[in-house]
Design a protein around this ligand. Sequence first.
Ligand code: HEM
Length: 410
Amino acid sequence: MADKDPGQLIGQPGYIFDPYSLDFAEDPYPTYKWMRDEAPVYHQPEMNFWVLSRYEDVWKAHRDAATYSSKAGPQIERMEAPGLVLLGKDAPDHSWAKAMMTKVFSRERMASLDGFIRDKAISLLDKAYDEHGPDGEFDMVSAFSVELPLAVISELLGIPEELRAEVHRLSNIFISRDADLTPEAQQQGQAALFMLFYNLTQERRKDPKDDPVSMLIAIEVEDEDGVKHQARDDEIAMRFLEMGFAGHETVAKAIPNGAMALERFPEQKAKLKSDLSLIQRAVQEILRFDPPSQLQGRLTTKDVELHGVTIPADARVMLATGGATRDPRAFPNPDVFDIGRDMDSRTVAFGYGVHKCLGIHLAQQEIAIAFELLFSRYPDWKVFPDRTTRAVLSNVRGVASLPMVLGKRA
Ligand code: HEM
């Protein structure tokens, strides 16, 4: 599908939405605008899925897990064995599996990482400064925005020091979009990472320590029928794999998305630089303006009537997060990046309802610290959004590289 073809221009006769075109990856917002206004329940005939793009519709679908099931996985395509991940489970299994994770990865545990995140962010920025000086250009993505969340998630998961280099190496294979890397090599990387977590779980089962793996082994939760559940070793390994992925790619995309938005709206950058107490609002706006997690896949469990259209039962539905967060029905002047904006507390950038992001506080903390330190330590930092590279990814959106200079250290 090529939407450069004149007959394929957005909304023109013959147009078919291609979620994997580079044009769409580069700028999905004109497509979402057309869908919201002209086709709020859009049917894609070739891949046979439906798109909801208005804020209210996306928000309601997130809250109605009985109608919009996750059991075919979080992407547009149906996933193989989605039930292995939290994102692919429905109640009642999802409820107890998530309750376990929430107990171990509590808000307090995440908040306690504040000092670690700061130290890591400073060391990464200072390393880039030592290597490139105040005026030397480097890639923000590989030097900073990928490394920071990878280190943080290893710390959160309690990966032993001696395994971190290997987790880092395998995670990089797992998440790489390098064209030279074959799908087989990527699958092998993923399998090796799973085995590493699986072996670690087995070791801790024999010899428990004070760490999240041992806590997950020991924890028992009761479901609503009073049945007690404990996680098996393969389930724990899978949870770790999922956390590694969910907690890494998204933050790695959010930081450059935010840097580019601030560069493109210089008055907002100046406002934030002069008043860092606005940082939490800025984080909210970064996630609204260009959400790194752009879509959530669902499966209808019954016919759904919406805006005069019937979505049949057992149909794939794409909840377009990026469409929802730019909906003028919810956010006035949605295409303007404005850190002073009053946010809707029902933000959908982290999902909503039962599958709402487990790492919501940690993610916001990481992004806030990244920008706080950039402004306080390297106040003249600059990125060059016109010289990025972008890859087409399945449900996250962001750049693969972004040139940056740090300027003088404060
Ligand atoms: C800016 C960063 C992040 C964004 C935008 C984001 C976004 C999301 C979204 C939209 C969902 C819901 C998916 C759905 O409804 O199908 C989700 C779920 C999830 N996220 Fe995040 N996330 C971020 C960071 C993190 C971090 C740091 C962690 C781990 C520490 C994490 C772990 C998870 C997990 C485990 C789920 C599955 C929850 C469930 O299915 O019940 N995420 N995230």
